[in-house]
Design a binder for this molecule. Structure first.
Ligand code: DX5
Ligand code: ZN
Length: 220
């Protein structure tokens, strides 16, 4: 799998979700940020809206769950038809069991790490995961500044994946733009979430193409 661009609809016009998703036909996935006002200080949308998006989007849904009690709620997002379900390492009590449950429902299982959470303690879990998400801002809001301090973790995650010979995708989320995407790709990321960069552009789909081109120029 090469470079993939997964626009976040967090900064889109939430009253017109299906139309907003239709503006990014060349995106590989649609990234949907579920926030519960407990794990993060913000509240967005939940399962009924995600179910509606699964029915109406032409791309698969990449659900990013910023919620407490991920063990209880995450499998339902897989069952609802999301192509990928990401839970936070900090919110999962039994990440191995949870990843297996998500996979058993037919979705890709992914685990996210907040900026201060290291990857090393999770090395043995890599084979259980289809993707690792390294957050490059503190989760909760779109439009924040990219945190360069997360770049070494992206590198470490890529090295560990190579060491274990796994095909795990490596996603970055937060402050990804034309200015920062090259740094992420150089460090080893291959799946890129971009929210405000895409939806504040006059032509969101052209921005998806531009981001892809820039990341591919690094990945060679
Ligand atoms: C933040 C979310 C992101 C957010 C990214 O907690 O997980 O997906 O929408 O937005 P930008 O690209 O604007 O940082
Ligand atoms: Zn996200």
């Amino acid at each position: 799998m090469g470079i993939q661009i997964t626009p976040s609809i967090l900064n889109a016009d939430l009253s017109r979700l299906a139309d907003e998703v239709a503006r990014i036909p060349s995106a590989d996935w649609v990234h949907v940020d579920v926030m519960d006002n407990h794990f993060v200080p913000n509240l967005t949308l939940g399962l009924p809206v995600v179910e509606a998006l699964v029915r109406h989007a032409s791309q698969p849904i990449d659900a990013h769950l910023m919620i407490e009690d991920a063990d209880r709620w995450a499998p339902a997002y897989a069952e609802a038809g999301c192509g990928s379900v990401t839970f936070h390492a900090e919110a999962a009590r039994a990440p191995v069991r949870l990843a297996r449950e998500i996979r058993a429902q037919g979705a890709r299982a992914s685990m996210a790490l907040k900026p201060a959470t290291p990857i090393e303690p999770y090395e043995a879990l890599l084979a259980e995961l289809d993707m690792v998400l390294v957050m490059t801002v503190e989760p909760g809001f779109g439009g924040q500044k990219f945190l360069d301090l997360c770049l070494p973790k992206i590198r470490t995650a890529r090295e560990l994946m190579r060491k274990h010979g796994v095909e795990t995708w490596l996603q970055v989320d937060g402050g990804v733009s034309l200015e920062t995407i090259e740094r992420c790709a150089e460090a080893g990321a291959d799946v890129f979430v971009a929210g405000s960069a895409v939806y504040s552009a006059d032509d969101p789909d052209a921005m998806v193409a531009a981001l892809r081109e820039r990341a591919e120029s690094v990945a060679g």
